[in-house]
Ligand binder design. Structure first.
Ligand SMILES: Nc1ncnc2c1ncn2[C@@H]1O[C@H](COP(=O)(O)OP(=O)(O)OP(=O)(O)O)[C@@H](O)[C@H]1O
Length: 261
């Protein structure tokens, strides 16, 4: 895993000079991203921090292909998404999975957790008995009894629902996991348990993880490198200890001071 972005390894996922504007209802546009760049390498956990509204979720959505940049490009294994066709695009879609902040909102309330988790496998043409077996294994790996596959989202706790969301994200065997504030809605003990699980699975499967978090302590505990964002820009990146303990940018200094209050 590279310590710096000077590595000659090709990032598995990359955003280059990304700009994203949103039209405002009252007129005018808002620049949610303003030339933001990020490199994510195989096997690393990259923490993304920044004040609320600085563009973290927008960056995550562009990297996952849920939204398109107005300028700049996203690259998967060195290839621009705009150049990916057919099987290459399907591989990207399968390989980059996202876990969202609100566990319940990310599930269809009419499907059981098992059915939701199996959807990606249905799309991949995996036969029903094999789907059942693979999802049961993933539930167990994520600390859930396979019995929970038959429950609806409203019948489990927030922590269980987020574990099921993790199992669902892992089902298509991705190589990148984008976790957008995935533990913010959970109590501090459950947060740690879920992040321990994410880290363990990431190490086992050599996953690259983009870990968006408000809490610097969580990023310090779980990330290898950290990227600091400020007003749509990426302003500082480096190993966690350097950026958090010896911040160079005003944004990183502000975050550090706020976390010490
Ligand atoms: N679909 C949208 N339409 C209009 N404005 C948007 C949209 N999505 C995001 N924004 C705006 O873009 C800016 C960046 O939002 P974003 O959600 O990426 O920030 P964030 O850093 O993830 O914030 P938080 O930490 O509070 O989740 C904000 O000002 C937000 O209001």
């Amino acid at each position: 895993m590279p310590e710096t972005s000077e590595s000659c390894e090709t990032p598995i996922l990359e955003g280059v000079a990304l700009t994203k504007r949103f039209r405002m209802p009252a007129g005018g546009t808002l620049r949610a991203l303003d030339g933001a760049s990020v490199e994510l390498f195989r096997g690393e956990i990259l923490g993304v921090v920044g004040e609320s509204g600085c563009g973290k979720s927008t960056l995550a959505r562009l990297l996952c292909g849920l939204d398109r940049p107005d300028e700049g490009e996203v690259r998967f294994s060195g290839r621009p998404l705009t150049a990916l066709r057919g099987e290459a695009f399907r591989t990207y879609r399968r390989s980059v999975q996202m876990v969202f902040q609100q566990p319940f909102a990310s599930f269809d309330p009419r499907l059981t957790l098992g059915e939701s988790a199996a959807e990606a496998l249905v799309n991949l043409g995996v036969p029903a008995p094999e789907r059942e077996r693979r999802i049961a294994q993933l539930f167990e790996r994520c600390g859930l009894s396979p019995e929970l596959m038959r429950r609806y989202p409203s019948e489990v706790s927030g922590g269980q629902c987020q574990r099921a969301a993790l199992a669902r994200a892992l089902a298509p065997e991705p190589c990148v996991l984008v976790c957008d504030e995935m533990t913010s809605a959970l109590d501090v003990i459950t947060q740690r348990r879920v992040l321990d699980l994410v880290r363990g699975i990431a190490r086992e499967r050599a996953l690259a993880v983009l870990l968006i978090a408000h809490d610097l302590a969580l990023v310090r505990a779980y990330a290898d490198r950290v990227l600091v964002m400020d007003a749509g820009r990426t302003v500082e990146t480096g190993p966690v200890a350097d950026v958090i303990d010896r911040p160079q940018s005003d944004a990183a200094r502000r975050l550090r001071e706020a976390s010490l209050d």
